[in-house]
Write a new protein. Structure first.
Length: 181
């Protein structure tokens, strides 16, 4: 590995850690606050925005985008350790297949990454439900989390209800995500 490869790899991995750390902090706060989105009171509720600022209906889409961007940067950083050229693509399948070819990447690392990018492994999770609801492949997951539609505005608009207003139901999903940080 050249000095430049080593430096680039470290830059990508360092940036990935920052994105994943932000995700950890945001989802940690969501858990701490109980993912509140309903408030009942006999008096006017003047601080609803403050009470619900960490709720999934406010933070889920941008937080998942940041999480998946962290995964992408991690994969690219790991690829740079082994290969000179990484493709400037965002397709998780291609990147992951390339990563699996590298001999110095452990199966534990591959298993953690695959858990969040493999559509079959995402079944019966909130992300999996969202992928199915919107007929989205995991390959373009970060793009579809970033924008309300696909590449062109005439594509179907994302339906995001499966990622919002989940109350306590989302807690196991978020806890599992945080377990692999």
């Amino acid at each position: 590995m050249t000095k430049k490869q080593k430096e680039l790899s470290l830059l990508y991995l360092n940036q990935a850690v920052k994105y994943l750390h932000l995700t950890e902090n945001v989802f940690g706060e969501m858990l701490k606050q109980g993912n509140t989105w309903t408030v009942m009171s006999n008096t006017p509720i003047d601080n609803y925005d403050d009470i619900t600022k960490w709720s999934d209906f406010r933070i889920m889409l941008p937080s998942l985008f940041i999480f998946y961007h962290g995964i992408e940067l991690s994969v690219k950083g790991l690829l740079m350790i082994s290969t000179r050229d990484i493709k400037k693509i965002h397709n998780f399948s291609i990147l992951f297949e390339e990563l699996k070819k590298q001999k110095n990447i452990t199966s534990e690392i591959l298993d953690i990454i695959e858990k969040y990018i493999n559509k079959e492994l995402l079944k019966n999770t909130l992300i999996g439900d969202w992928l199915i609801e919107n007929n989205i492949e995991a390959n373009n997951l970060s793009e579809r989390l970033r924008y309300p539609t696909g590449r062109t505005n005439d594509e179907t608009i994302n339906r995001d209800l499966s990622l919002k207003y989940n109350g306590k139901k989302i807690i196991p999903f978020v806890e599992d995500l945080l377990r692999h940080r």
